[in-house]
Design a protein around this ligand. Structure first.
Ligand SMILES: *[C@@H]1O[C@H](CO)[C@@H](O)[C@H](O)[C@H]1NC(C)=O
Ligand SMILES: *[C@@H]1O[C@H](CO)[C@@H](O)[C@H](O)[C@H]1NC(C)=O
Ligand SMILES: *[C@@H]1O[C@H](CO)[C@@H](O)[C@H](O)[C@H]1NC(C)=O
Ligand SMILES: *[C@@H]1O[C@H](CO)[C@@H](O)[C@H](O)[C@H]1NC(C)=O
Ligand SMILES: *[C@@H]1O[C@H](CO)[C@@H](O)[C@H](O)[C@H]1NC(C)=O
Ligand SMILES: *[C@@H]1O[C@H](CO)[C@@H](O)[C@H](O)[C@H]1NC(C)=O
Ligand SMILES: *[C@@H]1O[C@H](CO)[C@@H](O)[C@H](O)[C@H]1NC(C)=O
Ligand SMILES: *[C@@H]1O[C@H](CO)[C@@H](O)[C@H](O)[C@H]1NC(C)=O
Length: 576
């Protein structure tokens, strides 16, 4: 503006005219350049300030990466590993190790694990290191499966149900394929925490009174021989030593070294039949994922013996009803839930098709594959009447047990790679047998055969409900999975329907009360009362139907990331 006027006052009218044009051009160019400059500066700072650029929405606060484990502490340990340059797999392993002391009733190195890993190019692999049947198993074991679904301490305490632990071989395979940090780095935060001790978190504390008569009790005694409770400091020093040995000597220490010897000796003293040979011959299985199409997404999940095929069947049935908003009128809701419950009943009846492919005929495994096909779901949908439900026999379900000891971790790393991993020792505190010389809590995973199979073979992996999944579209990644045994497929399906189809935020979708159909075809509705109130009522001796489903998920859509751990387990995600 100043330059323009200055020139205007100078020359002849012609040259002035020419000058005016020249100046106008010049000004345009300058303004243009200035604009470009501002643009470049904004772009530069946006790039530089990526730590928290426009991710101000409390629903999706992270811009680079996130971890959703079932406790805040373990989510943070996973996040710290990512920030140190660790891969999604590194973070997942560190978060799982942490969970083995923050929620030792749910998971640990005496159990098994199934990973679904998507690398940064979008390629997906499954690592299955679920427990296996030991060689010297009592072949009549399944005759002692319980006759009711009632949870029974006496029954679950049985040493006969201990499977050969696969957890550490699974970490090893995952780390070998995808690890960036050193193996020992992943163990450090948990070793420190286990040694120094920490206040017992609420959720762990809830489970302690229930193990008073078991060998787990040793972990929770104060100086006067009383049981510790929520808020008291607990240390896991034996386990810290064991983790340190595995960190320094590698996985073989667990499978064919000093820890193997101590562990087997403890199991045999407790009356179990696992041998050194069972441990030494344990192998993880790395395979391709199965997948289905869900709108714009491809959903990847593990093949049998995982429950991924059951989850995909439920979703494939429901997607055919083409709902793209939440049912709001009462009659719409009734119809939606009716169809969903029918889908769950049918899915329960088809669980018998899920078993370890290494011990099944190809035809049998193909049947499980068929469950994931759209055409199969279309046929099922045609069988669902909008009018009424059927007698339980119609769905052909068999009795199976509800167990509660499982955990899930979802991780999304900066490079777009993702891990969805579910780990378990089966029931709360597994077999409730502690190996005193190693601090390891042993699983009772073999009871997962109950109601699902009439026989099994040494080396076989029991059928599972675990369904760690990764959904990928052109612009979005959703990492999701859950814990809660039979409730895993319905709970994960419910979150996906509420989020992807009904437009709820990830958090709202996770918070939505779940509907569950038990193995007797009885429909169970999650109470709307707060979890603490329900727990409090139970503490007063009321018998309350259990809802122990949890879903932990991470989603990247656009440039911001949302990550939620289930409030039902007082979880919290972490990211940056
Ligand atoms: C251990 O093996 C023996 C011999 O096969 C069998 O009789 C016993 O029931 C087994 N014990 C357990 C706990 O599985
Ligand atoms: C645990 O068992 C001991 C001995 O059997 C008993 O004295 C104590 O009251 C029990 N504690 C709880 C919390 O049940
Ligand atoms: C522990 O065992 C004692 C005696 O056998 C019994 O009275 C008590 O109820 C049991 N406690 C638990 C928590 O199961
Ligand atoms: C176990 O360790 C021994 C000695 O360290 C070695 O000879 C053997 O090959 C190992 N076995 C397995 C299955 O790794
Ligand atoms: C999805 O699964 C089918 C087999 O059912 C396979 O042929 C295909 O390659 C898979 N797609 C992806 C993207 O992995
Ligand atoms: C349900 O939602 C649709 C659109 O989303 C709306 O047209 C309809 O009026 C709503 N019905 C009720 C009962 O709120
Ligand atoms: C590994 O998993 C694949 C796919 O589920 C299965 O076909 C194969 O039999 C398994 N192999 C072993 C050795 O368990
Ligand atoms: C697969 O099954 C065969 C027997 O059918 C068994 O020898 C082998 O160990 C199994 N592999 C794994 C990894 O479980």
């Amino acid at each position: 503006m100043f330059a323009y006027q200055d020139f205007e006052g100078a020359n002849t009218s012609r040259s002035r005219h020419r000058n005016v044009i020249l100046v106008r051009v010049l000004v345009c160019v300058l303004v243009g350049l200035a604009g470009l400059g501002v643009g470049v500066v904004i772009w530069y700072y946006k790039g530089k300030n990526d730590d928290n650029p426009s991710c101000k929405d409390p629903d999706r606060p992270f811009s680079k990466a996130a971890v959703a484990a079932d406790s805040e502490k373990c989510s943070e340990i996973g996040r710290d590993i990512l920030q140190k340059g660790g891969s999604a797999v590194d973070a997942a392993i560190a978060a799982l190790l942490c969970t083995s002391i923050i929620n030792p009733q749910s998971a640990g190195i005496g159990g098994g694990v199934i990973f679904t890993v998507m690398d940064s190019s979008g390629k997906v692999k499954i690592i299955n290191s679920r427990e296996t049947v030991p060689r010297n198993v009592n072949s009549d074991l399944l005759k002692s499966c319980p006759k009711t679904t009632e949870w029974s301490m006496e029954w679950t305490q049985e040493r006969s149900w201990i499977g050969v632990p696969g957890e550490i071989r699974g970490y090893e395979a995952a780390h070998r394929l995808y690890g960036k940090l050193k193996w020992a780095e992943l163990f450090k935060p948990t070793i420190k925490l286990a040694r120094e001790g920490f206040p017992i978190p609420y959720y762990q504390g809830q489970h302690i009174p229930r193990i008073n008569n078991t060998s787990i009790r040793e972990l929770y005694l104060d100086k006067n021989g009383n049981l510790l409770k929520t808020g008291d400091t607990v240390k896991f020093e034996k386990l810290a030593d064991t983790l340190e040995t595995i960190a320094n000597e590698g996985p073989d220490a667990f499978y064919n070294g000093t820890i193997a010897k101590d562990l087997i000796s403890d199991i045999q003293k407790a009356g179990g039949n696992l041998t050194l040979q069972d441990l030494a011959s344990y192998q993880a299985n790395v395979t391709d994922a199965w997948n289905i199409t869900l709108g714009d997404y491809r959903m990847y999940f593990p093949p049998p013996p995982s429950g991924g095929a059951i989850l995909s069947l439920i979703l494939n049935i429901m997607k055919g009803y083409k709902m793209n908003s939440e049912p709001n009128a009462t009659d719409e809701k009734i119809l939606f839930y009716h169809r969903y419950i029918e889908a769950l009943k049918i899915a329960n009846g088809l669980k018998k098709h899920i078993s370890d492919p290494n011990f099944s005929s190809d035809e049998f495994t193909q049947m499980a594959k068929n469950l994931t096909e759209d055409s199969f779901a279309d046929n099922i949908r045609n069988l669902i009447s909008s009018e009424k439900t059927h007698d339980p026999q119609y769905y052909g379900d068999t009795l199976h047990l509800d167990s509660i000891g499982t955990t899930h971790v979802s991780v999304l790393a900066e490079d777009g790679s993702a891990v969805s991993v579910t780990s378990s020792i089966n029931d709360e505190f597994g077999s409730k047998i502690l190996s005193p010389s190693t601090g390891i809590i042993l699983n009772n995973q073999l009871s997962d055969f109950c109601g699902r199979a009439n026989s099994f073979s040494p080396g076989e992996r029991p059928p599972s409900n675990m369904a760690p999944s990764v959904l990928k579209s052109q612009s979005k990644t959703l990492v999701i999975g859950g814990s809660g045994a039979e409730m895993i497929p319905p709970a994960v399906a419910s979150v996906l329907m509420n989020h992807l189809w009904f437009g709820k935020s990830l958090k709202e979708a996770i918070d939505t009360p779940v509907v569950h159909v038990d193995s007797q075809s009885e429909v169970k509705l999650e109470p709307k009362l707060e979890k603490d109130v329900v727990d409090g009522l139970e503490a007063k001796g009321h018998k309350i139907a259990k809802f122990y489903n949890t879903v932990n998920a991470v989603e990247k859509a656009g440039s911001c990331i949302s990550a939620w751990s289930d409030e039902r387990k007082k979880g919290k995600a972490a990211g940056y």
